[in-house]
Ligand binder design. Sequence first.
Ligand SMILES: [Cu+2]
Length: 271
Amino acid sequence: MKKIFFTISSIVFASSAIANQPKEWQLGFQNAASEGMRDIVNFHNNLLLPIIIAISVFVLFLMIYASVRFRASRNPNPSKTTHNVAVEVLWTLIPCLILIVMAVPSFKILYKQDTIPKADLTIKAVGYQWYWGYEYPDENVIFDSYMIKEEDLKENQPRLLAVDNEVVVPVNKVVKVLITANDVLHAWALPSFGVKRDAVPGRINETWFKAEKVGTYYGQCSELCGIQHAFMPIAVRVVSDEEYAVWLSDAKIRFAKEPILKNENKKIASK
Ligand SMILES: [Cu+2]
C-alpha cells in the first residue's frame, strides 16, 4: 500500500519538486532542466502516452469483446470467414498513419538536438574503466571525476551518484560536450538535460546542452562497460556566471594541464 502511495504521489508531485537525480519509486522522467529535455518530456507526455493508452484500451476492448461475443457455447458452428478486404486495409493504414504522426515531431526533436548552436564553452568527457575524465580544452584544465564511496559520503551527497570532482558549468550558456573513451565503450548521459551519447574509443562524439536552472545534476554511464559500470556516475554542477569564474580561476591552478611545450621538450630530450 505504501509503495502504491509513493508511486502515485511521485507521479502527482513530480512536476512541482525540483528533481535532478533519480527518486525512489519514480515513474517517468527526471525533471527537465534544458529545452532539449522539455521537448522530450512534452513529446512523451502529450503525444506518445495518449496514443499508447488509447491503443492498449482499444486492443483490450477487442479481446474482451471477441472472447464474450464469439465464445464456443454461443457459437457451436464457428464462422468460416477468412478475409475481409476493408478491415485488412484499415488495420494496415491506421498503424501507418499513427507511426507518421509520431515520427514527424520525433525527427524534429532529433534534428534540433543534432544542431549544435554556437558554443559558449566546450568540455571534453573521456570514459575510462571506471571513471570519467574531463577537460576544458580552452582553459587548460583537466581532471578526473571518481565516485565517492558509500562510507565517505557527506550529508546530502547521493549514494552512487556523488563524485569528488564535479563538472562545473555556467547557467544559461550553451555547453558543447565532446565525448570519447579511452578503453571500451561508455556513454555520457544526463537525463535532466536530455543528453546521452556513446563514448567510443578513437572517435569523438558531440552533443550540447543549455542548463536553465542552477543546481547539481546527476547521470550515469549508460553503456555496459565492465564490472564497475554502475560506479562511474556523472555529476554536473550548474552555477551562476560569477561562481563559474571563481571556480575556473581556482581550477586553472588545481587542475592545470601539463604545458604542451614541456612535454615536447621531454620528448626531444629523450630522443
Ligand atoms: Cu562506462
